[in-house]
Design a protein around this ligand. Structure first.
Ligand code: GRF
Length: 189
């Protein structure tokens, strides 16, 4: 099955998914798209030999055209792995239940616009939460509000900092995201 990944940052999840698919042989990340010309994910794709494309805000805003570009790859699933822009309605409509996102917290809490990266882990810590985790969900036109597919938890103790919490959450992402994607692709037949 054919996967597209959208990423805005480092791309460690993208790399993890690419290598997992290659090990398993069933699915393939056919391309990676990023909205940040300096995103480290571009270097990772170069090293991994995965086609990677930068797109501007203007290109993304022309959502009908952007949809046509993505359609040329005939994706079975579009994966948001640290992609920070809201997905336009046209994209959600063009790929119903075929866009998934990973959020580094236990939605519906600690979600929404602006809640990403260490801000999430700082809010979780500041609110005295004793656990956090990841949420993998279908994407709709609102930030972090689509149907939840999978969640995994990790404990937070008093010595934890946003940085150590981020590490724990990243471990959950690397362990679970590729497997959840694989299951979705099997289910989608
Ligand atoms: C991850 O923590 C993910 O949960 C969030 O953005 C981060 C992406 O990290 N959506 P990376 O770019 O995959 O390293």
């Amino acid at each position: 099955k054919r996967l597209l990944i959208l990423a805005s940052g480092s791309g460690s999840n993208a790399e993890n998914i690419i290598t997992y698919c290659r090990e398993r042989g069933q699915n393939e990340v056919v391309a990676v798209f990023t909205n940040k010309s300096t995103a480290k994910v571009l270097e990772r794709c170069k090293r991994l030999g995965v086609p990677a494309y930068f797109f501007s805000k203007a290109a993304f805003s022309d959502s009908d055209n952007f949809v046509e570009v993505l359609k040329t790859f005939s994706p079975d699933l579009i994966v948001l792995a640290g992609f920070l822009w809201k997905i336009p309605e046209a994209l959600v409509t063009a790929f119903p239940n075929k866009i998934v996102n990973i959020h580094p917290a236990l939605l519906p809490k600690y979600g929404g616009k602006g809640m990403y990266g260490d801000r999430v882990h700082k809010a979780v810590k500041d609110n005295g939460e004793t656990e956090t985790g990841i949420t993998i969900h279908f994407v709709n036109e609102a930030y972090d509000e689509g149907a939840i597919i999978f969640q995994a938890k990790t404990q937070i103790d008093s010595q934890d900092t946003p940085e150590t919490i981020a590490q724990k959450v990243h471990q959950l992402e690397y362990e679970h995201f590729p497997k959840v994607i694989e299951k979705l692709l099997v289910q989608n037949g």
